[in-house]
Write a protein that binds this ligand. Structure first.
Ligand SMILES: C[S@@+](CC[C@H](N)C(=O)[O-])C[C@H]1O[C@@H](n2cnc3c(N)ncnc32)[C@H](O)[C@@H]1O
Length: 303
């Protein structure tokens, strides 16, 4: 495959202060069942999003332009599943396009924010196992969710689940964070130490100092909060280094998303590209009747 992106050298300059990530070794799950959520995801994805939901909501309010363009291109009246919708920043575009969103997220606090702020139906559910009917959606969005799944079988299961929801001809848009970050084309401040990393989430708003010893807002789970390096206790005036949560991410190398999608014969990849620091793909659900290979039984859908 022709590389889409010239990989940044480790010494290349970053835009803004670097956000340090920590390499993490993904523990063996001890389970063959991809639906069993590993502790790493429970502790460093699910609980973290619950804890940061309110702050996240204040920092994420604009859909990425190419995501918006995909949504705008859907026929009016389309039923659109947004799996891992976060605070629902993509949902207004679905409504503006004359389409009907069905949103879901594993984080209760984020699902609540999405529902309240956008007046939509939003469920708490796992994108690997969605309580939605086979073949009932015209489009599925999976935006910046796949990079929180810690094993390959889980990533494939999430894509299989998205495909299951699509009607034949329906389209899936997937975005996942890329290992390769290109200063010219994305405004990333990250330089990943490895593909499996912990990415700090700081509660500080840039340029704003926060009183030390202040109580946490929004029901934050304090057990998740760790002092960032050298967390200072300076007599209780101002906190220079706020507590941070560590979010687990598996960042994707060029071609990796494509390879996962190739494991799903029910999907045909229409387009792959790099956008805003993510590897992205648009795939279409094939009509299963067109598939004649013996493998087609691999994705027979339950009645
Ligand atoms: C980086 S945010 C992206 C949110 C949203 N898609 C957007 O474009 O802003 C990742 C989201 O994935 C959700 N998430 C992580 N693992 C999930 C899972 N197994 N099932 C559903 N949602 C999940 C998180 O709770 C979080 O809201």
């Amino acid at each position: 495959m022709k590389p889409l992106l010239k990989q940044r050298s480790c010494d290349a300059e970053l835009k803004g202060p670097e956000q340090k990530t920590t390499a993490v070794i993904v523990p063996e799950t001890g389970s063959e069942n991809p639906l069993r959520t590993p502790t790493l995801e429970v502790e460093n994805v699910h609980k973290v999003y619950d804890a940061i939901a309110s702050h996240w909501n204040h920092t994420r309010y604009k859909a990425w332009p190419k995501v918006e363009a995909f949504i705008r291109g859907l026929p009016r009246g389309s039923l659109v599943a947004d799996l891992g919708c976060g605070n629902g920043k993509n949902l207004p575009h679905v409504k503006e396009a004359g389409c009907f969103p069905v949103a879901s997220d594993i984080s209760g606090p984020l699902a609540e924010i999405a529902a309240k702020e956008h007046g939509v139906c939003c469920m708490v559910s796992d994108c690997l196992c969605a309580p939605l009917r086979n073949g009932s959606f015209d489009a599925v969005l999976s935006i910046a969710v796949l990079h929180h799944l810690s094993t390959e079988p889980r990533r494939v299961q999430a894509l299989r689940e998205a495909a299951r929801l699509l009607r034949p001809g329906g389209q899936l848009l997937v975005y996942c964070w890329s290992y390769e970050q290109d200063d010219q084309r994305s405004r990333s401040r990250h330089r990943f130490q490895a593909q499996d990393v912990l990415v700090p989430w700081s509660f500080r708003t840039p340029g704003v100092k926060k009183a030390a010893g202040g109580t946490s807002k929004g029901g934050r789970d304090e057990t998740l909060l760790k002092d960032s390096a050298g967390g200072d206790e300076d007599g209780g005036s101002w906190e220079e280094k706020p507590p941070v949560c560590q979010r687990y991410c598996h960042v994707y190398r060029e071609g990796e998303l494509q390879e996962l999608l190739e494991q799903l014969p029910e999907l045909e990849v229409l387009e792959s590209y790099f956008d805003t620091g993510n590897w992205c793909a648009v795939a279409r659900k094939r009509d299963v009747r067109q598939l004649t290979s013996p493998d087609s039984s691999a994705f027979r859908q339950p009645e």
